[in-house]
Every structure is written in C-alpha cells, then in structure tokens.
Design a protein around this ligand. Structure first.
Ligand code: ATP
Ligand code: AMO
Length: 434
C-alpha cells in the first residue's frame, strides 16, 4: 500500500497523504469541505473551487458520504476546521465509492434501531461510541489474559464440537458429526477440569460457548464468550480470590488504557475500579436479605433459585460486586463438591454485579466414586461421560474454578442496556447472520 498518514498525525507544515471515509460534505458555494474520517479521528479537506484544478474539484464534489478517498496535500493550521487542521489537496483518489443510499448514518445524526445497526455492523462501527465499546472489550480481554498469566495459569483451547452437555439448565444445539449425534459445547467445564489433573495444573480459556437459551432477553446470547479458570489444589475460597483479581484487573486495564474511549462513551467521570474485597454472602443470608427488601411477591425459601427480580432486589441492597456462596447442593451441577460436613450444602458460588450474575464457580468433586454417584443423582448416564470420569481414577487433585461471561462483564462495566451491544455479530433466536 502507498504511504499513509493518520488524520491524528497530520502535522501542520507538512505534506501528507491521508486516507479514510467521507464523514461529511459541506458545500458552501465558492468553497466546499470534505471531512475525512479514519480510525484515529477526522481531518478537513478544503476545496476552494477557483483555486484548485477543475478535474480535482469535480472529483471532490462528485463523491457521496462514506466513500473511501485518498487525499494528498499540504497540511495547515486552520482554527475554523473541526480539528484545527486542514489539507489543501494536490490530488484526490476515490478508492471505493459509497452508494448514496446508506442503510444507516455513521455520523450519528440519524438514530438507528439496534436490529438495523446489527445488520450493518461495518457502518455501525464507524461511529466512535460503538467502536469505543469494542476497543474496551479488547482491553478487557487483554487485561484478563495478563491477570491469568500473573496467576501462573496457562491458556488452553478446548473443543467446541462435543459429545455431551454439561450445563443442565440450558438446551444444547445438536449437530451432525459424520453421521453421529454431536453438540456445540455449552462450557469448557469438563475439559478444563481434565487439565488440572495434567501437568498444567492451572489453566484458563477464553472462548465461545453455545446455549440454546429458551428466551430472548437483554442479557442472554446463544453464542457467548466464556472466560474460564480452573486450578488444582484450590478450594472455592481461593477460586473466589482469583475471580476478584481477574475482574478488578479488567476494570484497572480499562481505567489505565481507555481514557479516550471512556470519554467518547461519556463515562470518564463515572468509571470506577471496584475497590476493597467483594462481600461474600451465603445463600441463606442472601435469601434473608431479599425477603427483607419486601420487593418480591413470594417469600424465598431454602432451595429456591434466584429469579431476575430477586437478583435485582439483592443487587440494589448490596450496591457493589458481591459473591453468593454455600448454595443448596440440589440446585448446583453434579461437578460441584458439597461441603464435607454437610451434603445439603455445596461449595458452589456465584459472583454478582448489582444488576446480574457474572460468574458461577465452585470447588469440584474430585473423588471418582462421589462423582459417578452425582451423575446418577442428576439423572445423567455416567457411561456417556466415561472419557471424563475415567481420568478421576488416575490421580485427580482437589480443584476449583469458575466461568465468567465476557459480554456480561463488558455490559455491566459500561452500563449497556442490551448484551448484544457488547458483541459485534451477536447470535440470538432471530439472528443467524451477519
Ligand atoms: P461563498 O460563495 O459561500 O461566499 P466563499 O468562497 O466566499 O463562499 P468563505 O466566505 O471564505 O467562502 O467561507 C464560507 C464559510 O465557510 C464562512 O462561514 C467561513 O467562516 C467558513 N470557512 C471558510 N474557510 C474555512 C475553513 N478553512 N474552515 C472552516 N470554515 C471555513
Ligand atoms: P454458568 O452456566 O453459570 O456456569 O455460566 C457462567 C457465566 O457465563 C455467562 N453466561 C452467559 N452469558 C450470555 N449469554 C448466555 N446465554 C450465557 N450463559 C452463561 C454468565 C454466567 O455467569 N461451567 C460453569 C462455570 C464453572 O463452574 O466454572 C458454567 O458454565 O455470566
């Protein structure tokens, strides 16, 4: 490609070649301005009709918004220009003309509904406030990876085409695998557990999970990004410590490296890194507090799962990130270990943002006989999971871990109203393309 100067780097007194999209065209008669936009910002191109070559003026005035141009010329200071500099062109090349009928307006002057935006993500992500979300999402993933490395965990990748489901509460997506029944994986749960018994001992994975969720909600996706952690010789309290470290690291990374994006989103003042330890409430304390708010129609009793309303009532009451620990064993999956002194009580935990659940985790059942019994109790066929249970016969250490919803982390961090805003190409019940 030819040499190119980014808009933000075009210094007055130099000659530069800038390339980008036509953000705005202002034709004032004798003079016209093209505002060119690239990934760093905008720069004004001045078209003085009497001064410039006729063919050049014609080329400039013929273009439609969002066309891609390359402009070569002298950069000068101009205080009336939007960014204080402008280019007087010697040459303009239309690299990719845009149709005058745009499906959405990237300048943001005309609002578009979310479905229109999702159908036209390329144009949607030309808006600084949309692009900012994905710059921040990338920083969240970068910081999370760094935090995991700080915890001496090794990044792994596990299969997404699998033979069995693990997360009972949600449906599987079936697929055909060379004539055999297979599924899209709901969670790396069993694979990450198998790796704590390997020479790796402590692992993490950032990857897609697939869930045929029954309802369309603002906080469920059918393909989500799960941030998973698992460590040998950890109990559930150590897993919670690691969870807190990783979530705080994500906030810290964004606070340190995303000033411009936070400002673009109007969050520069409001953004705070969670401080102090996240409170740890037992499930029993949680249901007592929820009942005490009087917000629910029905009083919660031991064994009830927490509805969205219950989570909201408690979140409002607590007002910060918090854990719910010691859940009833009966509402936690087979792989979660019970407390040694009370089989009714599990080591499972959830980590909550005031508005929703972000994480589930716990200490795992590592004793082969108990594990197989657990399958039977939950009505699952241990035979189908033999590839997993078998390894528990050859030295599987005690271990614990958790899974964090990547999009929910970004969504709650930025106060987005719909989880789809945190995914470039979301999958939901209606949406299979783009
Ligand atoms: P017209 O035929 O409309 O009179 P003109 O060639 O006389 O056009 P100007 O009078 O210089 O143009 O400017 C028209 C408008 O554009 C004015 O409001 C002026 O402030 C604004 N303007 C001129 N030059 C610039 C510039 N470099 N950047 C931003 N705005 C400018
Ligand atoms: P769980 O099913 O609670 O636990 O999922 C963990 C976290 O993943 C996110 N999440 C989702 N986000 C968006 N759309 C969805 N459909 C969706 N489903 C889940 C949530 C949730 O808290 N194997 C366990 C984790 C473990 O114990 O390590 C599991 O998958 O933020």
């Amino acid at each position: 490609m030819q040499e190119r100067t980014y808009a933000a780097d075009a210094d007055p007194g130099t000659s530069a070649t800038v390339a980008g999209w036509v953000h705005e065209i202002r034709d004032l008669g004798g003079i016209a301005f093209l505002i060119l936009r690239d990934t760093t910002g905008k720069i004004q191109v001045k078209i003085e009709k009497d001064e410039l070559d006729e063919a050049l003026v014609e080329t400039a005035l013929d273009v439609h918004r969002e066309s891609v141009l390359r402009v070569e010329g002298d950069v000068e200071e101009e205080e009336r220009a939007p960014t204080g500099v402008e280019v007087t062109p010697d040459d303009i090349e239309v690299i990719a003309p845009a149709d005058p009928e745009l499906p959405l307006d990237p300048s943001g002057k005309v609002d578009a509904e979310l479905p229109t935006r999702l159908d036209n993500r390329t144009l949607d992500l030309r808006k600084p406030e949309v692009k900012a979300i994905f710059e921040i999402r990338a920083e969240v993933l970068r910081s999370v990876r760094e935090a995991f490395r700080g915890l001496d965990a090794t990044e792994i990748n596990t299969p997404k085409i699998v033979a069995t489901g693990t997360e009972g509460g949600t449906e599987l997506f079936p697929i055909t695998y060379f004539g055999r029944e297979a599924f899209m994986n709901q969670s790396p749960q069993l694979f990450k557990q198998l790796m704590v018994g390997s020479g790796l001992e402590r692992v993490f994975e950032i990857g897609p999970i697939f869930r045929a969720e029954e309802h369309n909600t603002p906080r469920h996706l059918n393909e989500a990004t799960s941030i998973d952690f698992e460590s040998a010789f950890y109990d559930h309290t150590e897993a919670m410590d690691a969870c807190e470290t990783v979530v705080k690291a994500a906030y810290e990374g964004v606070a340190e490296n995303c000033d411009d994006e936070l400002e673009t989103l109007g969050l520069d003042e409001a953004f705070t890194v969670p401080e102090g330890d996240f409170p740890r409430l037992t499930y029993e304390e949680a249901i007592e507090r929820i009942n005490a708010t009087g917000e629910l129609d029905d009083v919660l009793v031991w064994g009830d799962d927490l509805s969205t309303e219950a989570e909201h009532a408690l979140g409002q009451d607590v007002g910060e990130h918090y854990f719910i620990t010691d859940w009833p064993s009966e509402i936690k999956p087979f792989y979660i270990k019970d407390h040694d002194d009370d089989a009714e009580l599990s080591t499972g935990f959830d980590m909550m943002h005031p508005s929703m659940e972000l994480v589930s985790g716990g200490q795992r059942e590592h004793r082969h006989d108990h594990l197989v019994e657990g399958f039977e109790q939950q009505g699952l066929d241990p035979g189908a999971f033999e590839y997993y249970t078998k390894m528990f016969k050859y030295g599987m250490p005690p271990h614990a871990g958790w899974g964090l919803g990547g999009e929910r982390l970004v969504m709650t961090m930025l106060g987005l109203e719909n989880i789809r805003e945190a995914v470039i190409f979301p999958r939901d019940r209606q949406r299979l393309s783009p």
